[in-house]
Design a protein around this ligand. Structure first.
Ligand SMILES: Nc1ncnc2c1ncn2[C@@H]1O[C@H](COP(=O)(O)OP(=O)(O)OP(=O)(O)O)[C@@H](O)[C@H]1O
Ligand SMILES: [Mg+2]
Length: 228
C-alpha cells in the first residue's frame, strides 16, 4: 500500500523532517507511528497525501509514484485515502452533516447514496443527534469524531489518522480505536500517528518509531517504547 525508499523531506527553511526513510506497509495492515513531537509523523502523512513533495527518494502509494502525480491527478489519487488531521480541518460554515456529505459530493456520488452513507457514519461515531450543529458548537472530541466520519465515509483503501485521540477522554478514545479496528478488519489499511502510550501498548500492532526523521524501530507487535 505504501512503499518508501530513502525518502527525505527538507523544508525550505532547512529543517529535515524525514531522512532516508525506508518503509513498506502492506495492504490491510494497522500501523502505529510513534515518536516525540517534531519527529516527522505528520510530515510523513503530508507526503503520502501529496500535500508536500519529497525532496528525494521514492514514495509509492498503491502503484502510484506520488512525486510524479500531475496536479490534475491529485484529487483522483486522494479519493481512496481518508485523512483525520491533527487539527481536524472541519469547514466552519458547514454543519456536521454537510462536513461529511461534502466528501461525497466532491466525488459526485448520487444524492440517495450520500444520504445513506452519511447517516450510517453519523450513527457509527454516535453523532446523529448533532447532525445540524456547526463545528464551533461541538466539543473537541465531537469534532474529532466528525473528522473520523468524514475520513471513512467514502470507504477509503487507506486511512491516515494523525493523533485521532489527541483531544479525547480515555473512554471516547477507546471508542475511536474500536472504530479504527473495525474499519481495518473490513480491509482498510490504517496508519495512525499517536502519543497515546496506553493505546499502543494494549493493541499490540505494528509500531514504527521515528526520531529526528529516521525510523529507529519497526516491530510487528510492538509497544510505545522499546521496554514495553
Ligand atoms: N511546513 C513546514 N515548514 C518547515 N518545517 C516544518 C513544516 N512542517 C513541519 N516542519 C518541521 O518538521 C519537523 C517534523 O514535524 P512534524 O509535524 O512532522 O512532527 P510530528 O512528529 O508530527 O510532531 P507532533 O507529534 O508534535 O505532531 C519539525 O521540526 C517541524 O518543525
Ligand atoms: Mg504531528
Amino acid at each position: 500500500m505504501i512503499t518508501t525508499r530513502n525518502l527525505t523531506k527538507r523544508f525550505s527553511n532547512g529543517v529535515v523532517a524525514l531522512q532516508d526513510f525506508s518503509l513498506h506497509i502492506d495492504k490491510g495492515e494497522f500501523v502505529f507511528l510513534v515518536g516525540p513531537s517534531g519527529a516527522g509523523k505528520s510530515s510523513f502523512i503530508n507526503l503520502v497525501i501529496r500535500k508536500e513533495l519529497p525532496t528525494s527518494g521514492l514514495l509509492k502509494v498503491g502503484n502510484m509514484d506520488v512525486a510524479l502525480l500531475k496536479k490534475n491527478e491529485i484529487p483522483y489519487f486522494r479519493r481512496n485515502i481518508g485523512v483525520i488531521f491533527q487539527d481536524f480541518k472541519l469547514l466552519p460554515n458547514k454543519t456536521v452533516y454537510e462536513n461529511i456529505s461534502f466528501a461525497l459530493e466532491v466525488i459526485e456520488a448520487d444524492t440517495r447514496e450520500i444520504k445513506i452513507r452519511v447517516n450510517y457514519v453519523l450513527d457509527l461515531v454516535g453523532l446523529t443527534h448533532k447532525r445540524n450543529e456547526f463545528p464551533s458548537e461541538l466539543s473537541g472530541g465531537e469534532q474529532q469524531r466528525v473528522s473520523l466520519a468524514r475520513a471513512i465515509v467514502n470507504r477509503p483503501h487507506l486511512l491516515l489518522a494523525d493523533e485521532p485521540t489527541g483531544n479525547l477522554d480515555p473512554e471516547t478514545s477507546w471508542g475511536i480505536m474500536e472504530l479504527l479496528k473495525e474499519i481495518n478488519k473490513r480491509g482498510t489499511t490504517v496508519v495512525m500517528a499517536t502519543h497515546n502510550k496506553d493505546i499502543v501498548d494494549r493493541l499490540r500492532r505494528r509500531v514504527v518509531a521515528i526520531e529526528n526523521g529516521r525510523i529507529i524501530r519497526d516491530e510487528l507487535k510492538g509497544g510505545y517504547s522499546l521496554e514495553d
